[in-house]
Design a binder for this molecule. Structure first.
Ligand code: NAD
Length: 476
């Protein structure tokens, strides 16, 4: 244990306890590659206990009136905000992002849950004009039941909060299997929330991912599954839920295109996009990655983008001058390097900044002269890598952008009404930001198309994902 870091236990039936699996995993600080502590994982019995507690938790929580549910969540949010420094420090230590980014993530997680807490009071049904005299036809919105949620390590707070907030606001209980690489920050956030909840309404597990998901999804207790992570795991969980006929929401990453038209303000666009691209060392599903730039401004754009990305200060996220931290783990370093190497072998030109020698760092990387069939144009780098490709006609840029199997976020820089209309209509993405980067806010739906998954989180669509629709026809 270093720097007051301590591995959390599992939250089962309202009590923090140590996992009983024979296997443990080390939690590693990616900036130093040093072990912070050891995480004890859930075994079969731990998961069974969580399942039965999620039943009793659901029965108790669904009966709490919506106003009261909302108030209790608000009290948990206040505690998250009071503990932001502690939670952010844990996040930086175990995940690597700069402390300022960790604080911003924690604040965003609190905002996400707050929006859902407010929305809890607005889960309206509706009345349909009756066909017969003395009868009524109503549509009720009811919590779907116990939820199993799987959140990853890149934004462990925000991506857990989206699921926790929606499920609890709707009146569901939820078992979260968060990422084993980043357990303590999520546990600290969950601890702030659970104080005002019935036992079993909110539970937190860490385990062998394939074992936990197989057991939770096969259980008749679980009624809804929500997963954020990679395409292969998403496909696998989708097959499991299909076998057991369960609803699932899948957010499986992206490879966001950015179309920069000739009238764009180059300095403003570059400043905004370099910050957005290299935030969390590029390990963001909505990170802008494939830049398509009008040929008339290509040279000026490339020069400014490459220079700005190479000026980024890389280092330990705990240091105050660090602008970009390490990748979250050693396998990401190998994966990013492999993708860049294969793309360079295929003819791409490499523009790479410097990176520290120890820890799991990867340099800020820009690839130009990339052909449409280059691996980097279809495989998600999930790291600090951007490509820049010139275009002559907007429709060609849209076509190149749509060649990728992902369809999560997209960005457009222009003041042209025609271009805005064309791209809004034709770009195959779930969220589009024009002259900005705000593709994900608590009150708007966030989700992908194509290989990026299906279903939405946040916004009223995110709430709907945890509700069941029942038609009630009363005849007198
Ligand atoms: P991975 O495929 O091994 O795991 C992705 C996530 O799924 C991890 O959090 C992991 O704990 C979990 N997981 C793995 N097997 C599981 C199972 N059988 N049941 C339930 N959960 C399971 O990949 P990785 O190396 O951790 O991450 C790399 C890739 O994952 C990236 O290339 C990126 O595409 C994707 N990813 C996407 C997001 C996102 O925000 N959409 C977040 C993290 C990772």
């Amino acid at each position: 244990m270093t720097n007051n870091y301590q591995a959390p236990g599992l939250l089962i039936q309202g009590r923090w306890r140590s996992g009983r699996h024979a296997m443990t995993v080390p939690i590693i600080n990616p900036a130093t590659a040093q072990t912070l502590d050891t995480l004890h994982l859930a075994n079969h019995e731990d998961i069974e206990l969580a399942l039965s507690a999620s039943c009793t938790g659901f029965e108790a929580w669904r009966q709490v009136p919506a106003h009261e549910r909302s108030a209790r969540l608000e009290r948990g949010i206040a505690r998250i905000r009071q503990n932001i420094d502690k939670i952010a420090t844990l996040l930086t230590l175990e995940q690597g992002k700069p402390l300022a980014e960790a604080r911003a993530e924690c604040a965003m997680a609190a905002d996400l849950i707050k929006w859902y807490a407010e929305e809890a009071r607005r889960t309206y049904g509706r009345i349909i004009p009756a066909r017969q005299p003395n009868s009524s036809m109503q549509v009720h919105k009811l919590p779907v039941g116990p939820v199993a949620a799987f959140s990853p390590w890149n934004f462990p707070l925000v991506l857990s909060a989206r699921k926790i907030g929606g499920a609890l606001a709707a009146g569901c209980s939820i078992i979260v299997k968060a990422a084993e690489e980043t357990p303590a920050s999520v546990a600290a956030m969950v601890d702030c929330l659970q104080e005002d909840l019935p036992e079993g309404a909110l539970q937190l597990l860490f385990g062998v991912p394939a074992e936990v998901s197989a057991q939770l999804i096969a259980s008749p207790i679980v009624r809804k599954v929500s997963f954020t992570g990679s395409v292969p795991v998403g496909r696998h969980l989708s097959q499991l839920t299909a076998r057991h006929l369960k609803r699932i929401t899948l957010e499986l990453g992206g490879h966001a295109p950015v179309i920069v038209c000739s009238d764009a303000d180059i300095d403003k666009t570059v400043n905004m996009m370099v910050t957005h691209k290299f935030r969390n060392a590029g390990q963001a599903c909505l990170a802008p990655t494939r830049f398509f730039v009008d040929r008339s401004i290509e040279n000026r754009f490339n020069e400014a983008f490459i220079q700005k990305s190479h000026e980024l200060v890389l280092g330990d996220g705990m240091a105050s001058d660090t602008q970009m931290g390490p990748l979250a783990n050693a396998r990401r370093v190998a994966a990013v390097r492999d993708l860049v190497d294969r793309s360079v072998q295929g003819g791409a030109r490499l523009h790479q900044g410097k990176s520290p020698a120890s820890g799991f760092f990867a340099p800020a990387t820009v690839l130009t002269h990339v052909t449409p069939d280059s691996p980097i144009m279809s495989e998600e780098p999930f790291g600090p890598v951007a490509t820049i490709t010139p275009f002559d006609a907007l429709d060609h840029a849209i076509q190149l952008a749509n060649q990728c199997p992902y369809g999560l976020a997209g960005y457009l820089f222009t003041d042209s009404a025609r271009a805005i209309q064309r791209v809004s209509e034709r770009l195959e993405v779930g969220s589009l930001a024009i002259n900005g980067m705000g593709v994900s806010v608590p009150e708007a739906p966030f989700g992908g198309i194509k290989d990026s998954g299906y279903g939405s989180e946040s916004g009223i669509e995110g709430m709907e994902a945890f509700l069941e629709t029942k038609f009630v026809h009363l005849c007198n």
